[in-house]
Design a protein around this ligand. Sequence first.
Ligand code: ATP
Length: 357
Amino acid sequence: MRTYKIAAIPADGIGPEVIEAGSEVLSVLAQRAGDVRFEMTSFDWGSDYYKKTGVMMPEDGLEQLKPFDAIYFGAVGAPDVPDHITLWGLRLPICQGFDQYANVRPTKIIPGVTSPLRGVEVGDLDWVIVRENSEGEYSGHGGRAHKGMPEEVGTEVSIFTRVGVTRIMRYAFKLAQSRPRKFLTVVTKSNAQRFGMVMWDEIAAEVAQEFPDVTWDKMLVDAMTVRMVKNPQSLDTIVATNLHADILSDLAGALAGSLGVAPTANIDPERRFPSMFEPIHGSAFDITGKGIANPVATFWTASQMLDHLGETEASERLMRAVEKVCAEGILTPDVGGGATTKEVTEAVCEAIRGENI
Ligand code: ATP
């Protein structure tokens, strides 16, 4: 029996609803496999915890999480707690403290979900965006002088290090190598930004030599948005800086049809610490408690978690079940259906139980 210890942090809004759905699906997958167990431990950290204690998680939060094999995260953010507190108090300390430097965002069109792109069908758009998650434009370097005066100055400095760029590039080439097309697109803005971005291009060419079986090309980020919209079939694995990939993955999510289906993984590829898996969407208080949150993103990120743990068979089984249920039209209202979270979850559990492969 293989046992995995999973830390669940459902947190705010629809987070608890989708994590409950995901936990149920994981336990059915374990029953189906017979030789694997998921030991879930739930942590009540988040905005309610903040209102009671003044902090989003306890001071020794990272220490408590360290022994786990993975973190299954819901959503964070509340209308009555400032965004910088919810973000910097929980998600970011985990990403940074556990050096989860690869943010991996798969996007594809799920059967039954319609892309806003005309004529683009299931299979035409199947990408994985790898976002550098530890430095670049979001490294927090900069400052403001002469605040409020006419001569005020603000700087926001991007930091690119050889270590940081090399490790994300290696991760992206390896991921591209593991996918059938073995094709990577490296995104920069090296025509206008002549230092860090040119170094990024040079390091890409160096790392490419370690992966002779991977084909790769380069795109400027502005032209990349056009290619994503006009020629989605021409892309597969994509690597970009923290800021560029942040923007491109929102575009990717929109092109795939809904926020409710988009997952993300924050990975420490060296496996020194637990990696964290979450839906991309936020806490969505407008639908909290109504029982209609789309659980598909949370199922898909569970499949990423299973892949990371080496449970490929369970991961693939889960995605087959999700795609089958969506193709049958059992969908929540955000993707044009009339089903509840519970109905979608039950249908996915049934599909897993009933599968004869
Ligand atoms: P944040 O917590 O980042 O401030 P938010 O609460 O503003 O996020 P988002 O997650 O960005 O909400 O989503 C915007 C809207 O999309 C939500 O208000 C909701 O209506 C819809 N939405 C997001 N996720 C889902 C989901 N899983 N199921 C159904 N609808 C969703």
